[in-house]
Design a protein around this ligand. Sequence first.
Ligand SMILES: [Zn+2]
Ligand SMILES: [Zn+2]
Length: 716
Amino acid sequence: MPTNYPIIFNKQHFLIIPPANPKCSSPFLQLNRRRCHQLAFLLSSAATSDHAAELHGHLITSNSLALPYLHSLLVSLYARCDLLSSATAVLLSRPSQDHHHDVSPAACTAVLTRLSRSPCPADSISLFSLLRLRCHLPHPNPFTFSALLPACRSSSSVSQLHSLALKHGVACDLFVSSALVDAYAKSSDMDSARQVFDETPRQNLVSWNALIVGYLHNGLFHKAISAFRELLQLADSTMKPDQVTLSGSLTASANSGELNFGLGAHSLTIKTVPDSLAYVNNSLINMYSKCGRVNDARKVFDQIGERDVVSWNIMMAGFVEREHFEQAFVFFQAMRSLGIAPDEASFSTALHASSNLAELLMGAEIHCQVVKFGFAENRCISSSLITMYSKCGNLEDAHLTFADAKDHLNVVSWTAMIAALQQHGHGDSALQLFDEMLEFGLQPDYITFVCVLSACSHTGLVEKGFKYFSSMSHDHNRMPGNEHYACMVDMLGRAGRLDDAKQFIEEMPVQPDASVWGALLGACRNRRNLELGKEAAYKLFEIEPHNPGNYVLLSNLYSIHGKMKEANEVRRLMRINGVKKETSCSWIDVRDKTILFTVHDQSHNMTPEIYEMLRKLEGLVKEKGYVADTLCAVNDVEECKEHGLWYHSERLALAFGLISLPEVAPIRIKKNLRTCEDCHTIMKLASGIFQRQIILRDTNRFHHFVDGSCSCKDYW
Ligand SMILES: [Zn+2]
Ligand SMILES: [Zn+2]
């Protein structure tokens, strides 16, 4: 046995301690002062769980655990090693009647702090109550309260600790009051947070930051801004905002759209923290982007030295927000080429961009990277993948993605799949999946019900639709919103029950919005009901006077009834209100390229072949009994009307697809407006004649044309 003390651990990490004197029975006598110091030194310097257990064993066998000083050191050691159940057990092993020596508050605080940060923070509150009950901790100090407050999950538990802090006279301590502001803010009680803040005699920057960040987390952006202004106006110039304050105020201006305030915060940032950290720079980019100044966001982005994945994500989200989807994808690729690993947000944003561009190749490429970076089981990304495949017209891959991840998916991903089935015209399967989801034990959300009701509407299941509609509030505690009412009106309209639809609107407990009246107008157009259609259209002209679709629908409805004068009158009203019909465009993907067609387009270098194909198609469909539906044309001269129909953008895209895609490949076309009846008929016939699958996505839905019929069952 080596004798040159203090020896801590030998090479095998075994503790070497001289044996205690077996003749003595009292712990005070058993360990002489020197041994006691050695043990204290070992307890304070050990750092692994093995050493802690070994020292614990030694304290027991040497009967020295009763020494309050060593007992507290052992508790602290266990806390340091994150062995919280051992720490708690040792802490509570002291008999409650032992008033001779209190447990050291420092040891208690060490355990409470660790428990607060553990996965079960509530344990720290329970332990604290137990310690008080056993009179082990008669005088909690400011550190005890700062340790406990982060564990509180409700305003009432914060308030209990607050009263106790007042009782012990420590509530005004700066540590405690900042922790109180923070804890009240985290339990969404900003009034109490502000009260504590105001009652603190001398606030420091920590408490100001707790207040500003608290407002921010509770969505009270304007209050965060006023608090920041208050801080700036303080006479005490020693308190300068730091990076936390500045980042917080920039986020507040981003979320409230207060550009001027944001500009002020920007110049203050340059003045006070010239070498600001990445998160401050990111808040700056975010502020410009959310306030609609994408170019300025870009400028800051280009200037900052250190760009992390968050900076790239903010730029991409900004582009998506402004519907600059191509630009978002360019940034995603640039980020990848620099070797920056994408995270959940990058993938979701990039997938969102490709969904909106309906760029299947782009989306599939991102899918490969999702797998490569190990995000294949991520719920949020799985939902984005399902939506991407669905919106790109590829229901099979949407389904494969869903089936692969099914067991660990949440309601959002299930809803994405239900929506995909519904939009592709498989209402029955959508409803089946919804029932399966309920069996799975998931609670449907607001959007799930929109998809379910649309599915009922498209499959003509009115009674079932009403059942689901009432189950929303009865079984799932969800109040229907305008989208749900619109689905119900659409459902009744499709079933030809227009008067019931009208009555349903009149009985709605909330003010019907444009989606509800729009559903009625659409139904009237399909059922050719002029009277009700007029009523719905004029309501819509009031609610959304700048939506061209409503004028076009009413004008067409008048034309159907042969009332050309009134139809022209509606078009005149449209011009008076300064509403322009969007130019109709269609896109088609051929060999990694997206080709755009407008009406009468002759810009493509294969124009002669395209127009030749159209003439061939015209002959073939006429053989099948096609008669032009001239009501769909806008020109006035009867002869030109039929001629004009043949150059609608989706037809040019179809002709181009027929001549340039391999014979087995499905033809995928996207259109920026609702497709007209006549083009719909042509697509149906073409799918039969050429035995081709044609997928047309217009603003309303997907149309899958196979063997001469469409998945929308001619109602869209
Ligand atoms: Zn058309
Ligand atoms: Zn269709």
